[in-house]
Design a protein. Structure first.
Length: 206
């Protein structure tokens, strides 16, 4: 499916409706406000490339070529879902499209390095793209992985999705205006989130 800003937004609105109706009974982290940036970024990601995502993975999965109905079933906890109902929203993967996530903040960084190292040793032309939020950027997992990957010229690009919040703390609160790390294998884009970290409606308590 060829996605547009409107189609991506419509998918998340569907997720919200299902959650508020009680059909999704697990925590969800909604995407939103970064549709245009992701549509542009995914133009460079090829079908056989690897994508490592975060707990906020819906848009990434769809743009990598994932099946929206399999993801919906997964979020509902159905055995016919993407991961047989075991991953729900935050722990989904698909070996068919080389897509993986981790609900652990920064948890995919070292794994992405390992895959990129294997690809380089195998002399393939495939690349690895690892998405993180600006909150995960605070951690040593990311910094060490980025430095290791760049020093060895691995086919790995980190994409920092910077909405200036870690839960609800701004970069100014966390870093005291210290500039973020900048390296050639890091792409950063900024956006303003449209969904709160906790709650999407009057029935939601997460």
């Amino acid at each position: 499916m060829k996605y547009t800003v409107e189609k991506l937004k419509a998918f998340e609105e569907r997720v919200i409706a299902l959650f508020e109706a009680g059909e999704i009974r697990a925590p969800i982290h909604l995407s939103g406000g970064n549709e245009e940036e992701l549509l542009e970024l995914f133009k460079m990601i090829k079908k056989k490339d690897y994508v490592f995502s975060t707990h906020r993975s819906h848009y990434h999965y769809l743009l990598k070529g994932g099946d929206p109905e399999l993801l919906i079933r997964e979020m509902k906890g159905w055995k016919t879902g993407l991961c047989k109902g075991q991953g729900r929203s935050m722990n989904v993967y698909s070996t068919d499209i080389n897509f993986y996530t981790s609900a652990i903040v920064g948890g995919s960084c070292a794994i992405a390095v390992g895959v990129a190292l294997a690809l380089k040793k195998g002399k393939t032309r495939r690349c690895v793209y690892c998405f993180i939020g600006d909150g995960a950027e605070d951690g040593g997992h990311f910094i060490e992985a980025a430095r290791f990957a760049w020093a060895r010229q691995l086919p790995l690009t980190f994409i920092v999705e910077d909405n200036n919040t870690s839960v609800d703390s701004s970069k100014k609160d966390r870093w005291h205006n210290h500039p973020p790390i900048a390296m050639p294998n890091i792409i950063r884009y900024t956006y303003e989130r449209i969904h709160p970290h906790v709650g999407i409606g009057r029935h939601v308590t997460f």
